[in-house]
Design a protein around this ligand. Structure first.
Ligand SMILES: *Cc1c(COP(=O)(O)O)cnc(C)c1O
Length: 383
């Protein structure tokens, strides 16, 4: 594993070389990710110009939207000389898995504080793969988004932080849920500059709308800021897939502004924008009853995408985003427009060895995901 300094060809750094000199960055992924036309799905939905941004291919070992954020976050961890990172998520969190995979590649130990969630096959895969990458896994809190539960998670975190401090003499580097710190969000500011280059190369016309699943808002906030800075007029349609405590217009404006301020403070030539809640276009009606509970509409989107294009979506995130796109297409609001679906899901296969692992090697609190049935809408879906 070679750790390259971040001044190489990131489109954001090409325009703002000072950012390249100052920002921590390790190269983890393979960029640019392809833009592809979805001919059959577009024809089916009556959208002449429907495209997909293949961030599912963003990393050679594990793709999706997390590698772009982790390039900055883990770059920062390495620069500050820590040996351990600690992060948070649902039991089947793609973010905590991505952190485990790329931390291990960089020789860092990763610790995941995992909150119970509805069961699904991908939860099992992600837990086994995290274990395979030698992540230290802890279960904390209960399956709820209440304030009381957040307090339980904080207490468990505090306990493990102190334990690690006593053991290794240093606190682990904390990575927020979804990697959506201002630093992580810069990965998606850069992604907007990458898209601008692809538009300039004629790979697709400038999209009118970009549909994206929105869980901790990092991807959407980065795109919002990046599109403005890159002088693209595309509108981000953020499809909420977590509680509105975590995804809401004010929070989106705040995260976008914090990221903008960080970039402006590092390089004065990066414009200082001011976003307000009105700049966030958040769709609330595709969430369903709770985080990681699949919906009928999401599973229909998963199945339509597989049938038309052979591309895999999921019931927690991307299926819900495409369900919103399908509804808008049916209402006729997308007719004659150029539309981009930003795929945030990993599509790389996990190593074969992972499916041969015995779940009983995991901490006991995670065995239930292997012993209990998966949720009904996952049971019925074919892989
Ligand atoms: C983490 C994740 C998201 C959410 O992205 P945010 O930046 O947290 O809003 C969307 N889709 C998939 C597949 C994810 O794993």
């Amino acid at each position: 594993m070679t750790i390259r300094k971040g001044t190489e060809a990131l489109p954001l750094f090409e325009q703002y070389p000072q950012l390249g000199e100052k920002l921590p960055h390790v190269s983890l992924g393979e960029f640019p990710t392809p833009v592809q036309k979805l001919e059959r799905l577009g024809a089916q939905l009556g959208i002449g110009q429907l495209y997909i941004k293949r961030d599912d291919l963003s990393g050679r070992f594990y793709g999706g939207n997390k590698p772009r954020k982790l390039e900055f976050i883990l770059g920062d961890a390495i620069r500050s000389g820590v040996r351990e990172v600690m992060t948070f998520g649902g039991a089947g969190s793609n973010h905590s898995l991505a952190t485990a995979i790329y931390a291990q590649q960089l020789g860092l130990k990763s610790i995941s504080m995992l909150i119970p969630q509805p069961n699904a096959r991908y939860v099992r895969d992600n837990l086994l793969m995290s274990h395979y990458c030698r992540a230290e896994l802890h279960s904390c809190g209960v399956e709820s988004e209440s304030v009381r539960n957040m307090a339980l998670v904080y207490l468990a975190t505090l306990y493990h932080l102190i334990r690690r401090r006593l053991k290794s003499g240093r606190f682990p580097h904390l990575v927020p849920p979804g990697g959506s710190s201002a630093l992580g969000v810069i990965g998606y500011v850069n992604a907007a500059f990458e898209l601008r280059q692809q538009i300039a190369n004629g790979e697709m016309p400038e999209p009118k709308y970009i549909y994206v699943a929105c869980g901790t808002m990092g991807t959407a906030a980065g795109l919002l800021l990046g599109l403005r800075a890159a002088k693209l007029n595309s509108r981000v349609v953020s499809v909420r897939v977590t509680s509105d405590k975590f995804v809401n217009p004010r929070g989106m404006a705040k995260l976008t502004n914090r990221t903008g301020s960080l970039l402006h403070s590092l390089d004065g030539s990066f414009p200082s924008f001011r976003f307000s809640a009105a700049d966030a276009d958040i769709r609330h009606t595709y969430f369903g009853r709770r985080y990681a509970l699949f919906t009928k509409e999401a599973m229909e989107a998963v199945s339509l995408m597989r049938k038309c294009e052979g591309i895999k979506l999921d019931g927690t995130y991307t299926g819900k985003a495409v369900a919103a796109l399908i509804d808008d297409a049916k209402n006729g609001t997308l007719r004659g427009k150029s539309i981009l679906f930003w795929n945030t899901l990993n599509s790389r296969n996990l190593p074969k060895a992972v499916s041969d692992l015995d779940y009983r090697d995991l901490p006991r609190c995670f065995h239930r995901y292997f012993q209990e049935e998966v949720q009904p809408l996952d049971r019925d879906a074919d892989r």
